[in-house]
Design a protein around this ligand. Structure first.
Ligand SMILES: CC(C)(COP(=O)(O)OP(=O)(O)OC[C@H]1O[C@@H](n2cnc3c(N)ncnc32)[C@H](O)[C@@H]1OP(=O)(O)O)[C@@H](O)C(=O)NCCC(=O)NCCS
Length: 188
């Protein structure tokens, strides 16, 4: 089933090309990247897959991603190396607030592929695409204060820090603050 809800305001791309990377719909061929990342304590994916390293849970994560794509509000793209076709991670594009001009992005890269520029090049490609979408005025991202890797990537891509969102997220009964980042698109 394809409802394409968020995609009525944004022209969803089946493939987004960037510098040495491309993005395509996340699918079961990306399960190794999910398993690799679910075992990584630095990343939040273990939390989402419930059971670190469990194949069934990883498959469930993939199925949820595929369903989200079909509905069109949240687009989970696989980040793929353009030379090797190796899938290295995920970039999500959340269109739930697009009616207000806002799109939220987030990403993870499997541990063995980090610090090779995949996240930055993928983010640049996503921003280049969203800049062409007339209804998007703001791309935002929310990052835990301790996640230096993530906010360095955002800053390199031209995002600016706006402030701290207090008690933004509760995990294991503990509230955590988040940094708010945004990339503004001037449509005037
Ligand atoms: C955050 C994350 C996506 C970055 O992915 P990545 O592909 O390794 O990032 P890049 O290689 O594109 O990094 C680009 C730049 O960001 C900075 N950076 C990235 N990781 C860093 C780290 N661990 N420490 C310091 N700087 C870092 C560097 O400036 C880097 O450029 P350089 O390698 O030329 O110095 C990855 O670390 C990850 O998946 N983390 C766990 C999941 C997560 O936290 N996701 C974000 C949720 S909002």
């Amino acid at each position: 089933m394809s409802i394409d809800a968020g995609c009525t305001l944004v022209q969803r791309r089946e493939r987004i090309d960037g510098d040495g990377v491309y993005l395509r719909k996340f699918s079961s061929q990306d399960i190794d990247a999910v398993l690799d990342t679910a075992n990584d304590t630095e990343s939040m994916l273990g939390f989402f897959t419930q059971n670190r390293g469990d194949y069934e849970q990883a498959l469930h994560y993939v199925r949820v991603a595929e369903r989200a794509w079909d509905y069109g509000w949240m687009l989970p793209y696989a980040i793929v190396d353009a030379e090797t076709d190796q899938s290295v991670g995920m970039h999500q594009v959340n269109l739930t607030q697009v009616a207000f001009g806002r799109v939220t992005v987030g990403a993870w890269v499997a541990p063995s592929f980090r610090r090779k520029g995949y996240s930055l090049r993928s983010l640049n490609a996503v921003v280049d695409w969203l800049r062409t979408e007339k209804s998007v005025f703001r791309v935002d991202a929310f990052v835990h204060e301790s996640n230096g890797a993530s906010y360095r990537v955002l800053e390199k891509a031209g995002f600016e820090r706006e402030g701290v969102l207090r008690n933004w997220e509760v995990i294991d009964g503990k509230s955590r603050d988040m940094l708010s980042y945004a990339y503004l698109i001037d449509r005037s």
